[in-house]
Design a binder for this molecule. Structure first.
Ligand code: ITT
Length: 191
């Protein structure tokens, strides 16, 4: 049982591998040359596009994650454009903090859509997870990736980048999406 992980983002890959390792699937990396254009209008559309296209191209089961940060005061931006908001993580963070300025409403949420496609490209499973938090004024912490240093979770009193990987994985948008996915995947395998 082989599943191709349809991501080119090393931070995501590391987290996805943690959730998937105990499932008995042998994970394979998507070839670098295989890049899927994200033309969808929602996280789920893009997750399905990536999973489907990588499954068809490789003839294997494929799993894709499409995710991003929605900031209330920016009408949900950067949203599905989170990866395209700047050239590097540092630039994306700088732009987000600039756009938000001294805005008092700093509420935001991370969203993660996961899709699994069969070898013929048909979507077999889709789940979504959400994690609410707040955008702080200055980056804090060195763990994780992406917008983690400016995403503060009040319940933990920590940013994602200040949490241990285990804590982030338990509460994050990706953690929620995988928590929903794993029993469904087990059921699918037995059907
Ligand atoms: P793939 O499409 O190859 O998987 P990508 O980085 O382009 O990689 P997305 O289009 O889904 O993936 O963009 C997601 C962006 O949202 C990602 O680049 C980060 O900037 C941000 N992001 C998603 N999950 C995150 C997390 O857990 N922590 C911090 N930032 C995250």
């Amino acid at each position: 049982k082989i599943m191709v992980v349809a991501t080119g983002n090393p931070g995501k890959l590391e987290e996805m591998q943690v959730y998937l390792t105990d499932l008995g699937w042998e994970l394979q990396l998507k070839p670098d040359s295989l890049e899927v254009e994200e033309t969808g209008e929602t996280f789920m559309e893009n997750a399905c596009l990536k999973a489907s296209e990588v499954a068809r191209a490789t003839g294997q089961w494929a799993i894709a994650d499409d995710s991003g940060l929605e900031v209330d005061a920016l009408d949900g931006a950067p949203g599905i454009f989170s990866a395209r908001y700047g050239a590097t993580d540092a630039e994306r963070i700088e732009r987000l903090l600039f756009e938000l300025g001294n805005e008092l409403d700093r509420e935001a949420q991370f969203v993660c859509a996961i899709a699994i496609a069969r070898p013929d490209g048909a979507i077999a499973l889709q789940t979504e997870g959400i994690c609410p938090g707040r955008i702080i004024h200055r980056p804090r912490g060195n763990n994780g990736f992406g917008y983690d240093p400016i995403f503060y979770v009040p319940e933990q009193r920590l940013t994602f980048a200040e949490m241990s990987p285990e804590v982030k994985q338990r509460i994050s948008h990706r953690g929620q999406a995988f928590a929903a996915l794993i029993p469904q995947l087990a059921r699918l395998e037995h059907s």
